[in-house]
Design a protein around this ligand. Structure first.
Ligand SMILES: CC(=O)CC(=O)SCCNC(=O)CCNC(=O)[C@H](O)C(C)(C)COP(=O)(O)OP(=O)(O)OC[C@H]1O[C@@H](n2cnc3c(N)ncnc32)[C@H](O)[C@@H]1OP(=O)(O)O
Ligand SMILES: NC(=O)C1=CN([C@@H]2O[C@H](COP(=O)(O)OP(=O)(O)OC[C@H]3O[C@@H](n4cnc5c(N)ncnc54)[C@H](O)[C@@H]3O)[C@@H](O)[C@H]2O)C=CC1
Length: 281
């Protein structure tokens, strides 16, 4: 396996493309507009520049990694790749449309993986004629730093596909865990309701945003507080995950907090828009 196609050049797609290229794979990254692709290539270049400055890689290595990544807006460029990972927005209809197109364009044997953070792999797979080759490969943000990959089996995912993706995660220096499909998988089913609760604590006026985060950093030993983490993930992504947990389980304990929805409506998405619970320059 050598040629990788990444769909979606946002927060996750850029990190995924970087990690594959750092590990010697040839990567094509696709978004709907060339300006998103260019922004993503700029983010990767800046990350690698920082690694050169820190003495972790040489200038030559940086250029080699960058040379392995190509941007496009054309999904037909997926026609001869060995593996696809989709990291477009967290929306079932959009993902199904993308998988339908990929199924038509890609070679018969190509595995189609999704980086969805909560949606049903089985439903995404149902939009293709190769459900046994569709799987969840869930990276964590920031991808170059976080070690975990959840490898999620849909109802029809084959063992062969599972083993391929597990080995692929190991080749990238990541630690895979095996997960049977369920809304939010393992990490997000636990983590995102905690973030939602922190938003409730803020809305109730129990403490300020910075004190809530300070409390969870010092009181629970979290590397960053839940509100800063929501800003890092993207408040729109956090809302999408809560909406999925709520609608799939039909259980009020997963109700997205109205303040979260209001923030998303206001475009206060976190780091990617410069403002969320905190401000970013
Ligand atoms: C929503 C989902 O579906 C699933 C998810 O992803 S949930 C989110 C999961 N992620 C987390 O929980 C992250 C929690 N936060 C952390 O672990 C840390 O805050 C952090 C690793 C992000 C940053 O660490 P920090 O100590 O606060 O900051 P900083 O010193 O700047 O960074 C530590 C290292 O990470 C690197 N780093 C930070 N952000 C990075 C990025 N976006 N890309 C590449 N490298 C990055 C830094 O370069 C630095 O590297 P060195 O140690 O080699 O110098
Ligand atoms: N943000 C996070 O911390 C994490 C997100 N995820 C998941 O990864 C996926 C991507 O999330 P982010 O990178 O945060 O989102 P993002 O909003 O940063 O980027 C999504 C990108 O997909 C593009 N896109 C939309 N439709 C497309 C299409 N048809 N073809 C190609 N590109 C398309 C958008 O233009 C945008 O650039 C989502 O499924 C999300 O749930 C998974 C792990 C962590």
């Amino acid at each position: 396996m050598q040629k990788i196609f990444v769909v979606g050049a946002g927060t996750m797609g850029s990190g995924i493309a970087q990690v594959f290229a750092e590990n010697g794979f040839d990567v094509i990254i696709r978004d709907v507009d060339i300006k998103f692709v260019e922004r993503c290539l700029g983010v990767i270049e800046n990350n690698l520049k920082r690694s050169v400055e820190k003495g972790k890689i040489t200038e030559e290595e940086k250029n080699k990694v960058l040379g392995r990544i190509k941007g496009t807006v054309d999904i037909n460029e997926a026609k001869d790749v060995d593996f696809v990972i989709e990291a477009a927005i967290e929306n079932m209809e959009i993902k199904k449309q993308i998988f339908k197109e990929l199924d038509n364009v890609c070679k018969e044997g190509t595995v189609l993986a999704t980086n969805t953070s909560s949606l049903s792999i089985t439903e995404i797979a149902s939009s293709t004629a190769r459900p046994e080759k569709v799987i969840g490969m869930h990276f964590f943000n920031p991808v170059p730093v976080m070690k975990l990959v959840e490898v999620i089996k849909g109802m029809k995912t084959s063992e062969e596909t599972f083993n391929t993706v597990k080995e692929l995660a190991q080749k990238l220096g990541k630690t895979p865990v095996e997960v049977n499909e369920a809304p939010g998988f393992v990490v997000n089913r636990i983590l995102i309701p905690m973030i939602n609760e922190a938003i409730g604590v803020l809305a109730d006026g129990v403490a300020s945003a910075s004190d809530i985060d300070e409390a969870m950093k010092l009181g629970a030993n979290h590397p960053i507080g839940p509100l800063a983490l929501s800003d890092l993930i993207g408040n729109d992504v956090v809302l999408a995950i809560m909406d999925t947990l709520y609608s799939e389980f039909n259980d009020s304990k997963y109700r997205p907090h109205p303040l979260l929805r209001k923030m998303v409506r206001a475009g206060l998405l976190g780091r990617k828009t410069g403002k969320g619970f905190f401000e970013y320059k």
